[in-house]
Structure formats: structure tokens, C-alpha cells
Design a protein around this ligand. Structure first.
Ligand code: URA
Ligand code: SF4
Length: 280
């Protein structure tokens, strides 16, 4: 790709992002350009890799300090403690005091999400409910109990994965998120995913699936297969993370017959992660 094409691609990407409500960038544009150049040269040498992850993440995850004073080749990937620090900073400096939408006036507290900052698997739900708003933790009510069961069925623990939501504040009465709330809040989720850079994402329910895949398709049509989630926000640029949409545990509590389909989805994720699938 010529420099001019790279610039055009970045422009296009930024224009689209602005329509989705992006007001600031998690990484500097020159870093993005560097990432794209590196991703391209990496692809030229190693066309077989499933994702151009190491090179791109090395760049996008570098802090200005490391770029300025560190080695000329940045270290590949972020360590778990760096990810932890970046998530804590995002929570403490941006999410906790956020007033970008009206939910800030009705919440008890924000719910950032919790778990392993270096998780291989991230679950994304919709929004905090009554219990979550009270405790400041994601998925700790009835739906959360079912999510815990789903995680255990996969042979994992809640501590090993990361669990968060599209919205960080509870909509009053647990009503559905409004479009402008999703537009205001989703940059936090995108930043969380960019820091964690998991191997797989499970989007629980329609709002998470539609937000991350930027589609209007129903969950019934989306589930059952992997979709591409691009960490950079631009298709084909940087790390690609397979995303599995599935039913939300709150929906499954009302429609237990669909648990079987969700288990099929979870098994596909287990296979991708190399986890043992129980024969039952
Ligand atoms: N439902 C969600 O989508 N998220 C939570 O955290 C709890 C219930
Ligand atoms: Fe901010 Fe998100 Fe809470 Fe709205 S829902 S106030 S955007 S943290």
C-alpha cells in the first residue's frame, strides 16, 4: 500500500468513527500509520498468521514514554500489569466521573467490568441492572449467576475471563439502552477491548452484538458463527478478534429452551481456545 492510500484509509476510518460518536482517539494517528506500515511489512513476511497481532499491538500499546526513550523496536504485546494499569486509568480517570449521557444522573455508580486484564476471552453484556448498579460489579444478579454457570461449563472461572457491558451505567428500570447512550458509552468498551486484546469475544445479546459488529441483524441470525471484530475499528487493519454472538443470559432465563443453542456457540469458542469439550 502506498503512503497516499494509507492516509486515505485512515481518513475514511476516522470519518466513520466520527459518525459513531468518536471524539478522541485512543492512539495517536502517527502511531496508527506506523502500525499499518508494520502490519503490512509483517504480512509480507508472514502471510500465514491468523492475525498480524504482535507487530501491531507492539505499536498501538506503546506509551509515548517507551516510544521516546525505549528501544527502537518496541516490545511485543503489553504485559498483564501494563494492561491492568491502563484499564485502571480508564476507569478512574474517565468512566467513574463520566457525564456523557443522562444515565449519569440516575446511576448509583458506574460499572466498569471486572476480571483478568490479560484474559483470552471477554464477555460483553448490555448494561448494569439493579444489583450491578448497587455493587459496582458486572453480572452479579440473576443473569450473572447464569453467566457464571456458562463460564464454569466451559471449564473456566470468572477470574480467568473479563466481563463487561456496552453501557457502564444502569438504565432506569433496566430499560433497553438508547442509541445515543450506546454512542456516548461504547468508546469505553472499544478501549477496554483494545487494551485486553483477547483471543475471542463473546457478545451476549443484541445490543453487544450489534454495537461491536455495527450491524442491524438480529441475534438469532448472527449467533452460531464467528464474526470478525477489528480492534483498530478499521476492517483489515491490525488485530482481528473472532467474535461469537450468543443469547444473553437474561433472555435464557426467560427462554430456557434456547440454552442448547447457546451451548453450541460456547463449544465453538472452547474449540477455538483449545479447551476440552465435555462429551454429554
Ligand atoms: N445484564 C447485563 O447485560 N449486564 C450485567 O452486568 C447484568 C445484567
Ligand atoms: Fe458515561 Fe457511559 Fe455512564 Fe453514559 S452510560 S454516563 S456514557 S459511563
Amino acid at each position: 500500500m502506498e503512503a497516499i492510500e494509507i492516509i486515505a484509509t485512515i481518513r475514511q476510518f476516522l470519518r466513520t468513527e466520527r459518525q459513531f460518536g468518536l471524539q478522541s482517539l485512543p492512539i495517536a494517528p502517527e502511531e496508527m500509520a506506523r502500525a499499518m506500515l508494520l502490519a503490512k511489512s509483517k504480512r509480507a513476511v508472514d502471510a500465514s498468521g491468523p492475525r498480524a497481532q504482535t507487530v501491531v499491538s507492539a505499536v498501538t500499546r506503546s506509551t509515548p514514554a517507551t516510544l521516546g526513550s525505549g528501544p527502537s523496536v518496541p516490545p511485543s504485546g503489553s504485559s498483564a500489569s501494563t494492561k491492568q494499569q491502563r484499564l485502571a486509568k480508564l476507569d478512574e480517570q474517565q468512566v467513574r466521573g463520566c457525564t456523557k449521557c443522562a444515565l449519569s444522573t440516575t446511576r448509583t455508580q458506574t460499572v466498569f467490568g471486572q476480571g483478568n486484564p490479560d484474559a483470552r476471552l471477554v464477555f460483553v453484556g448490555e448494561a448494569p441492572g439493579f444489583e450491578e448498579d448497587k455493587k459496582g460489579l458486572a453480572f452479579v444478579g440473576r443473569a450473572g449467576q447464569l453467566l457464571t454457570d456458562m463460564i464454569k461449563a466451559m471449564g473456566l472461572t470468572r477470574e480467568e475471563v473479563f466481563i463487561c457491558n456496552v453501557l457502564k451505567c444502569r438504565p432506569p428500570g433496566n430499560r433497553d439502552p438508547l442509541a445515543d447512550e450506546i454512542i456516548a458509552c461504547s468508546p469505553y468498551l472499544l478501549e477496554q477491548l483494545s487494551v485486553i486484546e483477547p483471543e475471542v469475544i463473546i457478545a451476549l445479546g443484541a445490543p453487544a452484538s450489534k454495537t461491536l459488529l455495527r450491524t442491524a441483524q438480529s441475534i438469532g441470525r448472527l449467533r452460531g458463527r464467528f464474526h470478525d471484530y477489528w480492534i483498530s475499528g478499521a476492517e483489515g487493519v491490525g488485530p482481528r478478534v473472532p467474535l461469537m454472538p450468543t443469547y444473553h443470559p437474561a433472555y435464557l432465563l426467560r427462554n430456557p429452551a434456547d440454552k442448547r443453542k447457546t451451548w453450541e456457540d460456547l463449544k465453538m469458542v472452547m474449540q477455538l481456545l483449545g479447551l476440552k469439550i465435555p462429551q454429554r
